[in-house]
Design a protein around this ligand. Structure first.
Ligand code: ADP
Ligand code: MN
Ligand code: MN
Ligand code: MN
Length: 357
């Protein structure tokens, strides 16, 4: 019987930041990866006496690590009654995307991360610090670039897996890099981002290097790591007013978003190093010191997308994109012409009278 290997990937219950886990199942060729399970007592997802958790496949793609017929299987965790596990943030994301499906929200997330060699960022000397920031961002040369072979291998892997990877670049701090996924809808953006993160760790493993999403890996005058989340609704892709309205809608819900944008966000959003303070909300055209940036091309073309610069590198993209949809599409719904809205309450009233009578 010919078979393939399916690597099942899931998000665990680690706190404050969940971790990725994976294990392989041998599946007959021609069969889809089935629902599977794991021991939740080893992942902070269940007590020992009742430890079964369910792995439900949500996104399957070619496995660029093993190659051949092998597959990567992104899954969501369910309880044995097939309802979402408390650590499952995808289910609420999918429900929110469905509720506002007509808005057709797209996301492009810029995932920053830092390579570590033992306890120091890759490129940092054993003692002291490298020369200060300035030349590393998009740099070239052995004095500025650390880990490019890993980054190239990860980019290749993402392309081979068929992910919607948009690009890569070297970042401001040595050993720090970025890749972007998108633009795609939700929950696909979360599925692909988590899978791309897994590929990053897996590919780096073969180079003896580790990658971290910690938002402020080195204190002091060194940039943190974020996950800028670019997004657009159908309306924003054809109207500048809708882009500005989206930036405005985020303002009254700033604290809620900050609370859900990743552990230790206050370490990173200091107001320095191309960030705005987590304490207040701001937006502006071309402004990389604002919470939300309207790219200059968007201001020129009078349509497009905006960039939420607040999410941490260690954020959960299911949570971030669910909140953005809820906040931005919820506000747009409230603004819709009363003509459209008026019809329903009238009907509802008439019905209510009937049933009362
Ligand atoms: P930056 O200039 O902030 O470094 P990047 O080029 O790294 O920006 O990332 C921009 C991201 O925006 C890309 O992932 C891209 O896919 C995404 N993007 C572009 N257009 C849209 C759009 N209309 N809606 C949502 N995301 C978009
Ligand atoms: Mn970028
Ligand atoms: Mn960046
Ligand atoms: Mn950005």
């Amino acid at each position: 019987m010919s078979v393939y290997r399916a690597e099942y990937i899931w998000i665990d219950g680690s706190k404050p930041t969940p971790k990725l886990r994976s294990k392989a199942k041998v599946v007959p060729i021609g069969e889809a990866p089935p629902v599977w399970g794991f021991d939740g007592s080893s992942t902070n997802q269940a007590p020992g006496a009742n430890s079964d958790c369910v792995l439900n496949p949500v996104f399957v793609c070619p496995d660029p690590v093993r190659g051949g017929e092998n597959k990567l299987v992104m899954t969501e965790v369910l309880l044995t009654d097939m309802t979402p596990h408390p650590t499952n943030t995808r289910a609420a994301n999918a429900a929110m995307a469905k509720k506002y499906a007509t808005d057709d929200t797209w996301f492009g997330i810029e995932q920053e991360y830092t390579f570590f060699d033992g306890s120091r960022p890759l490129g940092f000397p054993d003692n002291g610090f490298p020369p200060p920031q300035g030349g590393y961002y998009c740099g070239v040369g052995a004095d500025e670039v650390f880990g490019r072979d890993v980054v190239e291998a990860h980019l290749d892997a993402c392309i081979k897996a068929g992910l919607r990877i948009a690009g890569i670049n070297g970042e401001v701090m040595p050993g720090q890099w970025e890749f972007q996924i998108g633009p795609i809808g939700a929950p696909a953006i979360g599925d692909q981002m988590w899978l791309a993160r897994w590929l990053l760790y897996r590919v780096a493993e073969d180079f003896g290097v580790s990658a971290t999403l910690y938002p402020k890996p080195v204190r002091g005058d060194w940039n943190g790591a974020g996950a800028h989340t670019n997004f657009s609704t159908k309306a924003m892709r054809s109207s500048y007013e809708a882009c500005v309205a989206a930036a405005e809608a985020l303002k009254p819900r700033h604290d809620l978003h900050i609370k859900n944008y990743g552990y230790a966000i206050e370490e990173r959003l200091t107001g320095l190093h191309e960030t705005a303070s987590y304490k207040e909300y701001s937006y502006g055209v071309s402004n990389r010191g604002a919470s939300v940036r309207i790219p200059w091309q968007v201001a020129r073309d009078k349509k497009g997308y905006i960039e939420d610069r607040r999410p941490n590198a260690n954020c959960d993209p299911y949570v971030v994109t669910r909140l953005i949809i809820e906040t931005v599409c919820g506000a747009a719904e409230k603004r819709r012409p009363t003509l459209l809205k008026a019809k329903r309450p009238v009907k509802a009233k008439a019905k209510a009278k009937k049933s009362a009578a």
